[in-house]
Ligand binder design. Structure first.
Ligand SMILES: [Zn+2]
Ligand SMILES: [Zn+2]
Length: 149
């Protein structure tokens, strides 16, 4: 019992210490980033902004976000190519299935791609984003099958 109490005190001490170190002010200018803010300010109100958008058939704006490890230049190219692929006839033929189902697209540094039909999040590895045909394949062979299950 004493041991448990001691452990609890140590844990609480750590939590208290952690809180003290967090009274930094946000020094960001501008207060919006393509990647999550790293200022650690307790007053931070920074927003993460998308690299681009896709507009689906239902009129929804689907944001395309860069993630950590992806360069700015690659993210810009990827965002353009993803939008081009979405508007390509190869993807448009599936639009009745896809429209309204994707909520967010994340450009990943890793080379995997996946679609979660419950959250609507489509993750695409940067290696897939250099070629529009590869991206139309992702809509046709990753997103559509997931929604048709
Ligand atoms: Zn910031
Ligand atoms: Zn900040």
């Amino acid at each position: 019992m004493k041991k448990i109490l001691m452990l609890l005190i140590i844990v609480l001490a750590f939590i208290a210490c952690d809180d003290k170190g967090k009274d930094d002010k946000c020094t960001c200018d501008p207060k919006e980033h393509y990647l999550p803010c790293t200022c650690n300010g307790t007053d931070c109100t920074c927003a993460v902004i998308p690299r681009g958008f896709i507009t689906d058939k239902a009129g929804n704006q689907i944001p395309i976000y860069q993630t950590v490890g992806v360069s700015d230049a690659d993210a810009i190219t990827a965002s353009t190519n993803i939008a081009t692929a979405y508007n390509d006839p190869a993807t448009k033929q599936h639009e009745n299935i896809i429209s309204g189902k994707i909520t967010k697209i994340l450009i990943l540094a890793e080379d995997e791609c996946s679609f979660d039909k419950n959250t609507g999040i489509l993750e695409i590895g940067i290696d897939w984003c250099t070629n529009v045909d590869d991206l139309t394949d992702i809509f046709a062979y990753v997103v559509v099958p997931a929604l048709s299950e």
